[in-house]
Write a protein that binds this ligand. Structure first.
Ligand code: ADP
Ligand code: MG
Length: 301
């Protein structure tokens, strides 16, 4: 299984150029799509799930052309949209049964079995008789992923699935996805939260203003920031200066000033040491230092 995206472009009718010359190869496993709001993540996902046409470019999924073979691609697809809601007045198990029917599971007995198994897997079996639209936020999200997984899809696309979840639910959700991340399955997960891109994602892309700013493994992204994360001991005055020049990642008060972490190619004139970068450092480096989006902070004015 492989997704090949070549020169993909999308301009909305109002002129918004949401995707610009996207080139990506997505292999089996979990693929993280990281980017701030407005980067184009949902646009890319809506194109991949055949709900929206690209303006130009080519996408193949397991050899099937997105423009010509929509039916074949839809058959292998499970999708959790960013704005997933339950409009209908269905109980939890009824909703999942309905989703299974939509996914083409015709046999009642088989469907019931699949629904019960899935309810167990996402931890909603106890809640099966509750109204779907009355479930808690975390439970709704789990029902959302259940409907995406009900027909054993080989291509799973989940758009910002962790938004609004508490840390415990987040971890649970990630574990659920990584258990189904088996050999011949692609899972694409989009997020604007760096912490969602964990070691469970073998591959990832960083999307910024419609373009791919980085494509590789999370470890490779981290390495991009090596030598560029600085720990500086600063006085009050220095701290003000530094925070206007460089992105500050963290600030720890000390007896005689501050200990601050900044991301920058160099910190001319200040004495600091390089520390090991992590994914958050690398993200800030890409979004602010490297791509020139760092604007002077308004603090202390
Ligand atoms: P993300 O999911 O990363 O937040 P989106 O794909 O939703 O980003 O949006 C990318 C860009 O396209 C944004 O500038 C957004 O305002 C614009 N956009 C999204 N949907 C539409 C639409 N239906 N019509 C016009 N512009 C849109
Ligand atoms: Mg989105």
């Amino acid at each position: 299984m492989e997704i090949i995206i070549e020169h993909l472009d999308k301009t909305y009718r109002n002129g918004n150029h949401a995707l610009q010359d996207i080139n990506l190869n997505i292999p089996n496993g979990m693929f993280g799509l990281l980017g701030p709001n407005g980067a184009g993540k949902s646009t890319l996902m809506r194109i991949l799930v055949t709900l929206m046409k690209p303006s130009s470019g080519r996408v193949t999924v397991d050899g099937y052309d997105l423009r010509k073979n929509r039916k074949e691609i839809r058959k292998m697809l499970g999708y959790l949209p960013q704005d997933f809601r339950f409009f209908s007045k269905l109980k939890t198990y009824e909703f999942l049964d309905y989703a299974a029917r939509l996914a083409g599971m015709k046999e009642v007995a088989k469907r019931r079995q699949a629904v019960e198994k899935m309810l167990e897997e996402v931890g909603l079996f106890e809640a099966r008789d509750r109204m779907a639209n009355k479930l808690s936020g975390g439970m709704k999200r789990r029902l959302g992923i259940a409907q995406a997984l009900i027909n054993d899809p080989r291509l799973i696309i989940v758009d910002e699935p962790t938004t609004g979840l508490d840390p415990e639910e987040r971890i649970r959700f990630r574990n659920l996805l990584s258990t189904i991340s088996t050999k011949n399955v692609i899972i694409i997960l989009s997020t604007h939260i760096v912490g969602d891109i964990s070691s469970t994602c073998e591959h990832m892309a960083l999307l910024d203003r419609g373009a791919v700013a980085f494509n590789g493994s999370p470890d490779e992204l981290v390495e991009e920031a090596r030598g560029r994360v600085w720990l500086i001991k600063a006085t009050e005055n220095e701290y003000r200066e530094i925070s206007e020049k460089y992105p500050v990642i963290s600030t720890i008060p000390e007896v005689d000033g501050w200990e601050i972490q900044v991301v920058a190619d160099s910190i001319n004139g200040y004495s600091g040491i390089n520390i090991d970068p992590n994914l958050e450092h690398a993200y800030v480096y890409f979004m602010e230092a490297k791509l020139g989006e760092w604007t002077e902070s308004d603090d202390f004015k």
